[in-house]
Design a protein around this ligand. Sequence first.
Ligand code: GLA
Length: 400
Amino acid sequence: MKRKLIFIVVALIFTDQLSAQKFESLAKTPPMGWNSWNKFACDVNEDMIRQTADAMVSSGLKDAGYEYIVIDDCWHGMRDSLGFIHPDAKRFPNGIKALSDYVHSKGLKFGIYSDAGNQTCGGRPGSRGHEYQDAITYAQWGVDYLKYDWCNTDNLNAVGAYTTIRDALFAAKRPVLLSMCEWGTSKPWLWAKDVAHIWRTTGDIYNCFDCIKDYGTWKSFGVLAIIDMQDGLREYAGIGHWNDPDMLEVGNGMKVNEDRAHFSMWCMLTAPLIAGNDLRSMSKETTEILGNKEVIAVNQDALGIQGFKQEMRDSVDIWFKPLKDNDWAVCFLNRSQKSKKIQFDWKTPVVDKFAKRELNADKTVYKIRDLWLHKNIGTTEKLLNIEMQSHDVLMIRLTK
Ligand code: GLA
């Protein structure tokens, strides 16, 4: 009898382990939303988050596909005597559940942040040793998205730590999109496909087009540096599991052309589109960039294939991305400080071995649509002659 009981318990544990998984129905296309960190850092509070949810709707960005409102670091108060985490009562006087209810009432989804270590990067309580307890708390609060950071994780193993939080979320039974934020340190693209929905591939983004900021023990990276660090990663991304080159800096102070180039490239990279600016006070230009549905359609394309760099010519990168219905997105990115003129012959063979696709403009004539001017600009029968200002793009869609 005793033996039988032990067998049943072991069998139960075993089947539970076997069935633990990430929530497979999520992130069929790269997630879209907003996160507090890039603009507000630790200065978060419930009024600002509510107003941001309002602005997401009134600005038209919700209609353009943005869905998640995510509070990053520093929402935390202390753990209670039983170990349950509570929000900072001054900043979130009505608690997280009321805030998440509000976000949901706007037709949006709600996200939160924690860390695999003892403390978050901002020095707040981390989830180490409290993973299952936190997952239950988040489920009770109505959390739909968890960004899970990697500060203060001495001696922790990334595969173990992220698998633990995945299993804890699964056991809590509320579908949560898991966003891994360990900066690419353990090469998550090699192992995290069944653990997380997105994984950061680099250190933090820096609000500058062409700079690297060195803080001594760590660095943060401008737009061009981050783009270059995506080299070789495209084959690891796909439906339900995406490379994450970090959140957007659109609207945070770069020039309009730089914001446009940054946004275009995140769409070519099939990256999560997580706005990081103050949605309550956006300029018309920022709203137009974040809300450009034709460019977003490239990012959200049902095939879910990350784009690739075909060549660099005179400081102009030429990127291609296969799309559904045999369409292609093409992006010419002027990296230099000067304006550039280039000529492109569509008869140049473009072969995507990974996606098993070929752009054969020799046999097929494609129509060319400029996705920023929202205009058809001819066909692939003629040479393309373009002039681009510094740090700008020409982004187009080719359709048969
Ligand atoms: C790390 C992450 C950032 C942000 C901060 C919060 O640096 O990479 O995206 O979440 O922590 O402290």
